[in-house]
Design a protein around this ligand. Structure first.
Ligand code: UGY
Ligand code: MN
Length: 251
């Protein structure tokens, strides 16, 4: 919250196929299954996205859950805090910063905060494909996921949290760019992104404009939104982004 002496000028931009939304602009809401949490709905179909992404602040000692819902898969990533995760398929794990998981459709997910948890959660309708078996839940910590040199440039590193296998219809990746480095072209593609900026700052190209971005910004990029990025400032820039992958286009 800004002080009463400050201006309300904003970097927020919402367009037909992109949005840049710094966190300060989201009023928190509550959800029936997360009664004690402050929830920010970062992206939803109302924006144009074909997924729902949440930022959830769960206070110490509290719990929240998503019920099993037909066809909906659930990804989570722990930004801060610690506690317990369990899903309706019997998976249980202690969670701390960097832990993530992807739970298959029709399975509940529950979180209990030992120390105030800040979670990113993304839910979408799983797209099955003929001859492709449904995935099993996958869980880990970003610290254990190798940083691979991306685009033949050791100043741009990519971590692929979900294996690039046909059974998965989504990617969740973390980019780390040294200052001055980024995407070498303006990309334009059918896949959409939900992007949470984790660290540092930089310039993001969205649609037809360069925009300043920094930690705690959320960006939605819809299909065919022209996009590019380079890191500025003294520290590497890191962002976690969702991408729908591995499926044909319904016509
Ligand atoms: O995977 C991607 O499409 C990625 N290079 N896009 C992005 O970072 N905006
Ligand atoms: Mn992209």
């Amino acid at each position: 919250m800004r002080s009463v002496n400050q201006l309300v000028h904003t970097r927020t931009r919402v367009g037909r196929r992109h949005a840049l939304m710094p966190l300060e602009g989201y009023p928190p809401s509550r959800l029936p299954t997360w009664p004690d949490a402050q929830v920010k709905v970062l992206a939803s179909p109302a924006l144009g996205a074909q997924f729902v992404q949440y930022l959830i602040d769960l206070p110490t000692g509290k719990r929240g859950s998503f019920a099993a819902e037909a066809g909906l898969e659930t990804f989570f990533h722990v930004l801060s805090g610690s506690g317990q995760f369990q899903d309706g398929a019997g998976k249980k794990m202690a969670i701390a910063p960097g832990h993530f998981g992807l739970t298959p459709p029709d399975t509940s997910t529950t979180f209990i905060a030992a120390d105030a948890l800040r979670l990113l959660v993304l839910r979408k309708r799983y797209e099955s494909a003929p001859g492709v078996a449904l995935f099993r839940g996958i869980y880990g910590n970003e610290a254990d996921v190798p940083k691979q040199v991306w685009a033949e440039n050791p100043h741009s590193l990519l971590q692929t949290l979900i294996p690039d296998e046909l059974t998965f219809d989504m990617a969740m990746n973390i980019f780390t760019f040294d200052p001055g480095f980024g995407l070498p072209v303006v990309e334009t593609h059918v896949m959409e992104h939900g992007l949470f900026f984790l660290q540092g700052k930089g310039l993001y190209y969205l649609e037809d404009r360069w925009m300043e971005v920094e930690a705690d910004d959320f960006i939605w990029m819809g299909p065919y939104c022209p996009q590019s990025f380079y890191a500025t400032g003294p520290a590497p820039a890191r962002y976690l982004y969702y991408k729908n992958v591995n499926r044909d286009v319904a016509i």
